[in-house]
Design a protein around this ligand. Sequence first.
Ligand code: SAH
Ligand code: SF4
Ligand code: F3S
Length: 455
Amino acid sequence: MQYKGHAYINTIGCQMNVYDSEKLAAILNALGFHPTRDMDKADIVVCNTCSIRHKAEEKAFSFLGRFAKEKQKKPYLLTVMAGCVAQQEGKNAFKRLPHLDLVLGTQAFSRFGQHIAALQSGRRQIVDTGPADGFFEIMPDTADFCENQVSKFVTIMQGCDNFCTYCVVPYVRGSERSRAWESIVEEIRILADSGIREVTLLGQNVNSYGRKEGGISFARLLEKVAGVEGICRIRFATSHPKDLSSELIQAMTDLDKVCSHLHLPVQSGSDKILKKMNRGYTRDIYLSRINDLKKACPGIGLSTDIIVGFPSETRTDFNDTMSLLTEVQFDSIFAFAYSDRSSAPAAKFADQVKEKEKMDRLNQLLALQDQVTENINKKVKGQVVQVLVEGVSTRLHEKFVKTSDKMKQMTGRTASNKIVHFPSDTSGIGDLVDIKISDAYLHSLWGRPLERLTP
Ligand code: SAH
Ligand code: SF4
Ligand code: F3S
């Protein structure tokens, strides 16, 4: 396609937004807009936005706000707000950003190209928050792939029907829709053919895949994906504790390619708060699922999401969350201070917790988790772990000693999702390498390769 200009895409938010942005980039590329990392060179700027917390939303407005001035200098510059904030705000986005050209909702991505064409023929201020059609059928543009990639996200479902009382997702991403399994497998085959070795299957609630459409259960989908030649590791996120079936646990133990790692958001350790959040499980149910997992997959890596300072959370409720961390021994956590979202019911709940108290609890929780992570990582010292090599490290480790011209410091991950750095003059990106761990840190492990396993 003839060169029309440069496109700059800024992605805020979750892994699903990263996936969507790649497809937006592919649509732009087909229209002749080549990707650039230099904002000043851009002829079109897209911000793919997130509204999960107030801060993320503000980030989107402030990023796009800076182009008001820029457009006075470059009147041809097109600015686009895409994703969750776009869906939430619709035409209201123009009130704060009068210079914006396109508001592209979460289900309007397949119509992106046609809106760009309309803008180029003189239309201004287009809003599309309409229903979905065909976005899943757009396959990745492998010609545009960076050779040095080993891992890719693949969205397998959109939306959410769970209505947790704090969460904006069901309102901005719509109701749960599973993608046809044939289309998922076709996309993964294309990725594998272009050298990708690991895929992460994405959805707000992946383990309820196939409940309505899709054709097969999530466990069966894992089997189909495991059948794709060239793919050596499969991950998935996010799973909901209430839908963690024994069929899925069985599939995780049976399928070698499925990584021994699970991200299972608990949100709180207090039954009172879990009920108010509408999570659909109690602390005991959650803990018994974790026990089942640990029994079926010894050594499994576990991570979770936690919200502190949900309305009416007392110090006692918070301490229940603290004790749950000690009990489960997660390898890592993502913790957030509760943020009011006006479209979600919890915004109207009584007894909102003060910001300072939320921050105190957040810091206390993170400090406890640092100790837990450090202790878990220490136990890996002396063990041999298999690492999928992702690339050359950007920062050299204090342990790195160069012994030959070819020696580089490489980085990769274990199946349980731990980052490992190691020196090597033979391993390349995409190799599976056995590493003997000699040092453990809070955020990474350090070791030396034993031998090369696969070319
Ligand atoms: N669908 C996934 C992830 C949802 S968004 C799930 O249900 O687990 C990722 C995380 O953001 C959530 O797990 C939750 O911990 C956090 N989050 C969602 N809404 C929030 C809010 N209003 N304030 C603070 N954190 C929030
Ligand atoms: Fe943000 Fe949630 Fe939307 Fe992802 S789905 S972009 S986390 S609001
Ligand atoms: Fe859905 Fe998760 Fe929210 S399951 S309602 S997105 S926290």
